[in-house]
Design a protein around this ligand. Structure first.
Ligand SMILES: Cc1cc2nc3c(=O)[nH]c(=O)nc-3n(C[C@H](O)[C@H](O)[C@H](O)COP(=O)(O)OP(=O)(O)OC[C@H]3O[C@@H](n4cnc5c(N)ncnc54)[C@H](O)[C@@H]3O)c2cc1C
Length: 462
C-alpha cells in the first residue's frame, strides 16, 4: 500500500477521466487547465494526506463547495470540527471548473414543473428553501474575495417559441411565487444589456451572481480551516464500510474511523464508494471556454453593457458572461463519454455558439478550454438525505449544473442533519426521499446520445 507524500508533485491531469468507467477520481491529480485555476493564485495550505489510521467525529468526503460549506457550518453553528477528505486537491472537481453562475435555482426543473410534481404548497415552500439558499450563498460570497458580479440573471430566448415559454413562466414566478422577474424586450436588451444576435427577447430574474469559482472554493477552504476543520488532500476514500459505532473509510495512507459520514463527491463519486449511491446519479460532461480579453471596440460591437450572468433557452443551453478582465466565458454540453471529451468537435460546438451570438467575434483567440462532470439526478432535483435512519451517513448530490449557489445551502442542511438539528424545511421532498435509481442504468448513455440528437434538432429548429 503506497502512502502519498505531502510534497509529492501532482500526477498529470487526466482529460479522459470518466466516473462511469474509472473507479475513483484518482489521487493527487493536477487541476483541470481552467482559467480559474490560472488566475486564483496558489491553492491554500491544507492538512496534507492521511498517513496513518485516525479517529474522527465527522468525516466529509469531497472538498468541493458542498463538502467545504458543510465543514464551515458544522464548525460555525455547532462547534463540530470535521475532517474533510479529498482525493486530489481542494475543490478539484466541479467547484473549480464551473461557469460561476450563482442562480436562484437547484436542479433542472422550472417552478411550474415543481407545481406539477408536488402541488402548489410544496412548490412555494421549495421556492422559499432555494431562495434562502441563495442568501446563504450570498452571505458567504460577501466574506470571500471571489469577484462577485451581482445584478441578476438574464434568460435570453433564442427563438420566439422559447420566448413565449419563458414569458409564461415569468408570469407564474411573479404571480404565484411573488418572485419579481421582468420581461426585457429585444430593443431594451440590445440597448441596455447585450447584443446577442440570436436573441428575440429575455426575462430578467432579480437574483443572480457570477463569481470566480476557484477563488470562492479557496475562500471556503480557508474559512473552514479557520473554524477548525481539517482538510486532507491526496486521500481518496476507496470504500465506506459500516462498523459498530460508525464507519471505516479506507484511504491509501490509512483508515479513517468516523462516527458520522457526509458524502459530497458530486459527479466524481466512484461506483464502488458505497451501495447507497450506485446508479443514482448520472455524470454529464459540460464544456467551458474563455476568450482573450475583448478590446473596447469589440465590446462596443458586441453591445456588452452588462456583466450579469446569462443563459439561453436551449435545452442544451449555452451560459455566458463578460468577466472582470473583459474576456467572455461561455459553456454548454460536451461529449457523452470521457474517452471522447478531448475531440475537437466539442470545443467547436462552443466556438460556433459564440460566433452565432456574436458574429463580429469570429476568429477571436480562445485562451482556455476545459470540461468537467456535472451530477444530474434522474428526476432532475438534488437530494440532501440520510438513507438509513439507523446509520449516521448522509449525502448531498444531484445539483444538475445548478449547484454554485445551492451547494452552500446543501452543505448547511447536511451539517444540520449531521448535528441532529432539525429544521422547518426538512419535510420537503429533497430531504425526505433518496436520489431515485434508473430502471435501465447500464443503457443510460445510449439514451443520452439519442436525447442529445433530439434536443439539438429541437433547439436549432427555426
Ligand atoms: C463545466 C461546468 C460548468 C458548470 N457551471 C455551473 C454554473 O455556471 N452554475 C451552477 O450553478 N453550476 C454549475 N456547474 C455545477 C457546479 O459546479 C456544481 O454543482 C458544484 O460545484 C458542486 O460542487 P460539489 O461540492 O457538490 O462537487 P465537486 O465540486 O465536484 O466536488 C466533489 C469532490 O469530491 C472529490 N471526491 C470524489 N470521490 C472521492 C473519494 N472517493 N474520496 C475523496 N474525494 C473524492 C472529488 O475529487 C471532488 O473534488 C458546472 C459544472 C461544470 C462541470
Amino acid at each position: 500500500m503506497s502512502i502519498p507524500q505531502e510534497a509529492s508533485p501532482p500526477t498529470d491531469y487526466d482529460p479522459y477521466y470518466d466516473p462511469l468507467v474509472t473507479d475513483g477520481p484518482g489521487v493527487n491529480r493536477a487541476y483541470a487547465p481552467t482559467y480559474w485555476i490560472s488566475t486564483a493564485g496558489p491553492a491554500p495550505e491544507d492538512d496534507g494526506p492521511i498517513r496513518r489510521d485516525i479517529d474522527v467525529d465527522v468525516a466529509i468526503i469531497g472538498s468541493g463547495y458542498t463538502g467545504l460549506t458543510c465543514a464551515i457550518f458544522l464548525a460555525r453553528e455547532f462547534g463540530i470540527k470535521a475532517a474533510v477528505i479529498e482525493a486530489n486537491h481542494t475543490a478539484w472537481g466541479c467547484s473549480t471548473r464551473n461557469g460561476g453562475q450563482g442562480q436562484n435555482a437547484a436542479g433542472r426543473l422550472t417552478r411550474s414543473q415543481w407545481i406539477a410534481r408536488w402541488g402548489r404548497d410544496t412548490a412555494l415552500r421549495m421556492h422559499s428553501e432555494i431562495t434562502e439558499g441563495f442568501e446563504t450563498f450570498e452571505e458567504l460570497t460577501r466574506q470571500v474575495d471571489c469577484e462577485p458580479q451581482r445584478g441578476g440573471h438574464l434568460y435570453i430566448a433564442h427563438r420566439q417559441r422559447n420566448f413565449d415559454k419563458i414569458a409564461a413562466e415569468s408570469k407564474v414566478l411573479n404571480e404565484i411565487f411573488k418572485y419579481r422577474t421582468r420581461i426585457v424586450a429585444l430593443n431594451e436588451l440590445r440597448s441596455d444589456y447585450v447584443d446577442d444576435a440570436e436573441a428575440v427577447g429575455a426575462v430578467l430574474e432579480p437574483l443572480g451572481t457570477g463569481i470566480h469559482p476557484a477563488k470562492l472554493a479557496f475562500g471556503y477552504h480557508r474559512m473552514a480551516r479557520q473554524f477548525g476543520a481539517r482538510i486532507h488532500t491526496s486521500s481518496p476514500v476507496e470504500h465506506i464500510e459500516a462498523y459498530p459505532g460508525g464507519f471505516l473509510l479506507r484511504t491509501p495512507g490509512g483508515t479513517v474511523r468516523a462516527r458520522k459520514v457526509a458524502i459530497a463527491t458530486g459527479a466524481y463519486t466512484a461506483k464502488g464508494l458505497t451501495h447507497v449511491l450506485r446508479g443514482r446519479y448520472m455524470p454529464i460532461l459540460s464544456n467551458s471556454m474563455v476568450t482573450r480579453p475583448l478590446t473596447e471596440a469589440e465590446l462596443c460591437a458586441a453591445g456588452f453593457k452588462t456583466r450579469i450572468v446569462i443563459t439561453d433557452t436551449r435545452t442544451l443551453r449555452f451560459y455566458y458572461r463578460l468577466l472582470p478582465d473583459n474576456r467572455i466565458q461561455i459553456g454548454s454540453r460536451s461529449a457523452v463519454t470521457g474517452a471522447e471529451a478531448a475531440e475537437p468537435r466539442h470545443l467547436q460546438l462552443l466556438i460556433d455558439g459564440l460566433h452565432r451570438k456574436f458574429p463580429m467575434l469570429r476568429g477571436i483567440a480562445i485562451d482556455y478550454s476545459w470540461w468537467g462532470w456535472v451530477d444530474v439526478s434522474h428526476d432532475m432535483m438534488p437530494r440532501i438525505f440520510q438513507p438509513d435512519p439507523e446509520q449516521p451517513l448522509f449525502y448531498a448530490l444531484g445539483f444538475g449544473g445548478n449547484g454554485v449557489s445551492y451547494s452552500a445551502q446543501a452543505g448547511r442542511r447536511m451539517a444540520q442533519m449531521v448535528a441532529g438539528r432539525p429544521f422547518a424545511a426538512q419535510d420537503l421532498p429533497i430531504f425526505t426521499s433518496p436520489l431515485p435509481g434508473h430502471p435501465f442504468a447500464p443503457f443510460r448513455r445510449l439514451g443520452q446520445r439519442l436525447l442529445y440528437r433530439w434536443y439539438h434538432a429541437r433547439d436549432e429548429a427555426a
